[in-house]
Design a protein around this ligand. Sequence first.
Ligand code: IMP
Length: 412
Amino acid sequence: MAKQISPSNIAVIGMEWGDEGKGKIIDFLAEKADVVARFNGGNNAGHTIEADGKKIVLHLIPSGVMRKNKLNVVGNGLVIDPKVLLQEIEFLKKNGIKINTENLVISENAHVILPHHIEEDRKIGGTIGTTARGIGPAYTDKAARIGLKVYEFIDDVMFKKRFGDEEFYQEYKKYAESIKPYVNDTSLIINYAINKNQKVIFEGAQGTLLDIDHGTYPFVTSSNCTTGGVCTGLGISPKKIQSVMGVCKAYKTRVGNGPFPTEITTATGQKIQKIGKEFGATTGRPRRVGWFDSLVGKYAVMINGIDSIAITKLDVLTTVEKLKICVAYKHKGNIIKNFTTNIKILQNCQPVYEEFDGWWDDLTKVKNYDRLPNNAKKYLRRIEELVNAPISIISVGPKREQTIVARNEFMF
Ligand code: IMP
């Protein structure tokens, strides 16, 4: 992928296990965007945005709704729980956020989550630690070619033919009526916008290591959260993607089960968890906390073709006396320098760390890169070197204003 200066579209991709702060970054970039198009996942995601004195957690609707006059697209790659979608629309309206058929479109080819998917997820999702929202079972039906697409759902003849005898039919029929006005051919809409040189954000949910193909399988979600998912989940050609921005935290977190080589089990981990308010936006579960893992970063850069990085929550590390960055894994006496999705190795390796001195300055009001403490700059520079990509954005707090643009050429 050729590096583009001031691209007209940007894919925003999670570099880790989700919760990197994509919502905030997308909201920041959306100021200059025309379209925000989400391409994967469902209401397992929780994108937190603080703007105009409000803190809103979005689960299904793209993060562009927090800005005026943006088109928000829910792509074919998603699985949609219609009840949750309608609740989210109502919730946003109550909070004074405009939602109508002018600023929200839903793909006719997305799949629908039905009550039995949720029931099944509750039964079988335990070992993975899923969000129990029916995501996996709905994608399973999609792959098994027995899923229900949105266009069938909103056509009562088709919906009734398949599910007319089910207990949920009457209730869901009403949901179908309510979402019908939003449904459209979103692939056509996005391609049109791209061809008109409109500014488009491709909004990822979850992250690279939760990707069904490239993540730490089986401890993954059931969709492609990586750049490849942009094409399949929205119906656009890879040649149309001009720029990819990876989002990662200044430290690492993970919710749910599965290997996490740099997990911190000491009091420092609890301190970061507390200061960083590391509790799941969707389920409220505490997130496990770890040191920055450059193998994961380098892997995410490679898999996604990341041009630049938005690093979030740098402010949380203030007062951590010694910071660590993982530069290799040790496994059975061997040094491993490249990430592997082999969970047997991940579960049995020891991280090799470089240590960095911390800083004590409050970063939450810093507006430009030069004003960051030297130790923070050193830490960031080493990350850039190790993961092989420049940092374009540094987030130092949840608010829009708490965002430092370090390299302008990667912005709209
Ligand atoms: P599922 O997506 O509900 O099937 O859950 C599969 C795994 O992905 C579990 O470990 C979840 O905790 C994790 N997961 C799913 N969505 C998110 C997210 O948006 N952020 C962080 N973790 C997630």
